[in-house]
Design a protein around this ligand. Structure first.
Ligand code: C2E
Ligand code: MG
Ligand code: MG
Ligand code: MG
Length: 287
């Protein structure tokens, strides 16, 4: 009986794996088509400086406008693109779009602001990433310090010694470097000090947990660490006034979240860029 059950179980597992493989294959094909037929789009989410209440940077976030399925989240298709290697091409497309949009904003006479771009661990692990970034910067004519690359903590901490060198190469190009989803990985603090980075981005799960003792303690620790290491610190995923008040009181430098703005169409960037958020940054009266 056990043997039969085992076999049935195995077959079930097998079929499920098969179904998943077929689905991935389908998505891989659709994604290839999507990249060549303008189904991918970028949105830009503002980052607000707590010192001035103004937008100083924007994070580029990719979307897939699927003809049948509607908007597909990057959480769904980035992992597929990573498994199939399509993330390399996708990453190049994202940079190209950022260049196009920067030129558009420049043409409107907007003051230049920083654009943050997510770099997948797969892209980061490519030996020629610095070379590719250099080629991009040369052809795009975007000043390198206008771009900040966001790398996840786990991506840079895996093989830290080699990554210090790679990050240095990116820094030498003039790029800004942020560590995304900070606090979720296993950073060695001694390495963190040696990493040539500019920004720590507090993972949104800690912002969501700010109403718990542990969540608040972790946020406090990351802000303190940033100050010690002379890094810029940003919190993402801010949805509520209480979270905002806490982060401002603790001296967090930059803020990002639905509370201020959702990821925007490029055409909506100019209006938001000129908005003054300072009234939001004053704490709500305590009762
Ligand atoms: P991430 O880089 O950590 O981006 C933050 C995510 O939080 C974004 O989700 C953003 O839309 C969302 N978000 C922003 N404010 C709030 C808020 O107040 N509340 C909540 N609940 N969420 C908020 P999104 O756009 O779905 O992107 C998910 C992830 O996909 C990103 O996480 C990033 O890892 C990846 N991704 C997005 N665009 C790209 C890209 O162009 N290239 C690569 N390699 N990865 C990307
Ligand atoms: Mg990010
Ligand atoms: Mg993040
Ligand atoms: Mg993330």
């Amino acid at each position: 009986v056990a043997k039969a059950a085992g076999r049935a179980c195995f077959r079930f597992y097998d079929e499920e794996m098969n179904a998943r493989a077929v689905e991935q294959l389908k998505m891989e094909e659709e994604l290839r088509y999507a990249m060549s037929s303008n189904q991918l789009e970028l949105r830009y989410q503002p980052q607000i400086d707590t010192a001035t209440g103004t937008v100083v940077s924007m994070e580029a976030l990719v979307r897939w406008k699927h003809p049948d399925r509607g908007m597909i989240s990057p959480l769904e298709f980035i992992p597929v693109a990573e498994r199939t290697g399509q993330i390399i091409e996708l990453g190049d497309w994202v940079l190209g779009e950022i260049n196009r949009h920067c030129r558009y904003w420049d043409s409107l006479g907007l003051p230049p602001f920083r654009v943050c771009v997510n770099i997948s661990p797969i892209q980061f692990n490519q030996d020629d990433l610095p070379k590719r970034m250099r080629a991009f910067l040369e052809s795009a004519h975007i000043p390198a310090n206008r771009l900040e690359v966001e790398l996840t903590e786990s991506a840079i901490m895996n093989d830290a010694p080699a990554n210090i060198k790679k990050l240095s190469e990116l820094k030498e190009l003039g790029l800004e470097v942020a560590v995304d989803d900070f606090g979720t990985g296993y950073s060695s603090l001694s390495y963190l000090k040696r990493f040539p980075i500019d920004t720590l981005k507090i993972d949104q799960s800690f912002v969501a947990d700010l109403d718990t003792t542990d969540g608040a303690a972790i946020v406090d620790a990351i802000i303190a660490l940033s100050n010690t290491l002379n890094l810029r610190v940003i919190a993402e995923g801010i949805e509520q006034k209480d979270q905002l008040d806490y982060l401002v009181a603790k001296g967090c430098h930059l803020l990002q979240g639905y509370y201020f703005a959702r990821p925007l169409y490029p055409e909506d960037v100019p209006d938001t860029l000129q908005q003054d958020f300072s009234a939001d940054l004053t704490p709500k009266p305590q009762d």
